[in-house]
Design a protein around this ligand. Structure first.
Ligand code: R5P
Length: 315
């Protein structure tokens, strides 16, 4: 058994970190994060962490690489302050989409991030809905992946699902969309999405399954530029879907995502708070609904601390 539990927050998503700490009934650990005039990051842990079981919350959001480096420095500072165990809590895993060598001479950067976390001194990793589940295999330390599916399921279960179909945006999303459809007890359909170059532009070319006259819920792991969702919505309307809602874990909202999503004709866009969503973005998208993950992360932290099963939470 490890010592006292402590939760620290980096600067990327203090609101979620506070939510996790308050779910557990703890104050956030004291830490001072500043910058020298040369932009180097300085982290000072401002309380005793000797023999403590420490959790550091840092999501991946802009500035992505700075947030990552800040996390590594925090872990290093905690390790040399004699924390007994350090768990890096990464609600949205950095560089998760760089998870394969699909071109010559490129880096599998998600694997590099796993190596960096270990080198810095992380003993465990806790994350949510990875772009590809095999990223867990990049770690040589224990890593737990939470899925936002139970949170999204709970939300959509409160609606009339008698005429609903869950739609995967591509074959890659089909497995988890299938789990989601099963939880909601509704059928599913799959969009055949293609990327014809490396410009992040996706095109939906075909649809497998029946959506005519139905209430469609598009399921995906993340929204970056919003292009996939806009394309999915277009093809669903073309095939006669009555309404189009979206359930997605990570609201990356990069580039002109707000404009793209606003033009996609969505009835509702449901995301989690794994990444902060500013008031400005919320106002710009009145059809947006953000669900909290703090309870799920809080429960997972309690289970890790107490040596209890995490997979049970997903059932
Ligand atoms: C792709 O494989 C992912 O599952 C998402 O569909 C993708 O990241 C969404 O990107 P965008 O919003 O830029 O189309």
């Amino acid at each position: 058994m490890f010592g006292e539990m402590k939760i620290f927050s980096g600067t990327s998503h203090p609101e979620l970190a506070r939510g996790i700490a308050s779910h557990i009934g703890l104050p956030l650990g004291k830490v001072k994060i500043t910058r020298f005039s040369n932009e180097n990051i300085k982290v000072k842990i401002e309380e005793n962490v000797r023999e403590a079981d420490v959790f550091v919350v840092q999501s991946s959001c802009p500035p992505v690489s700075d947030s990552l480096l800040e996390l590594l420095i925090m872990i290093d500072a905690l390790k040399f302050a004699s924390a007994a165990r350090i768990t890096a809590v990464l609600p949205y895993f950095p560089y998760a989409r760089s998870d394969k060598k699909d071109e010559a001479r490129i880096s599998i950067t998600a694997r590099l991030v796993a190596d960096l976390l270990e080198t810095a001194g992380a003993d465990r990793v806790l994350t949510m809905t990875l772009h590809a589940p095999q990223i867990l295999g990049f770690f040589r330390k224990p890593a737990d992946q939470l899925l936002a599916t139970p949170i999204l399921t709970q939300y959509f279960k409160n609606k009339d699902l008698s005429n609903t179909v869950v739609v995967a945006t591509d074959a890659g999303a089909a497995k988890f969309a299938g789990h989601f459809a099963k939880r909601l007890s509704v059928p599913m359909a799959i969009i055949d999405k293609r990327r014809f170059d490396d410009s992040e532009k996706a095109q939906s070319v075909a649809l497998i399954g029946d959506v005519t006259g139905k209430d469609a819920i598009i399921y995906d792991d993340e929204i970056a530029t919003g292009g996939s969702i806009k394309e999915a919505s277009r093809i669903l309307r073309e095939f006669g879907a009555k309404t189009v809602c979206v359930g997605v874990t990570h609201p990356v909202f990069s580039g002109s995502a707000i404009e793209t999503l606003s033009a996609a004709g969505l009835d509702e866009l449901v995301v989690t708070d794994s990444i902060p969503v500013s008031d400005e973005k919320r106002k710009a998208m009145p059809f947006l609904r953000v669900l909290s993950t703090s309870g799920m992360f809080g429960d997972a932290v309690l289970r890790i601390h107490g040596g209890r099963s995490i997979s049970e939470m997903m059932d």
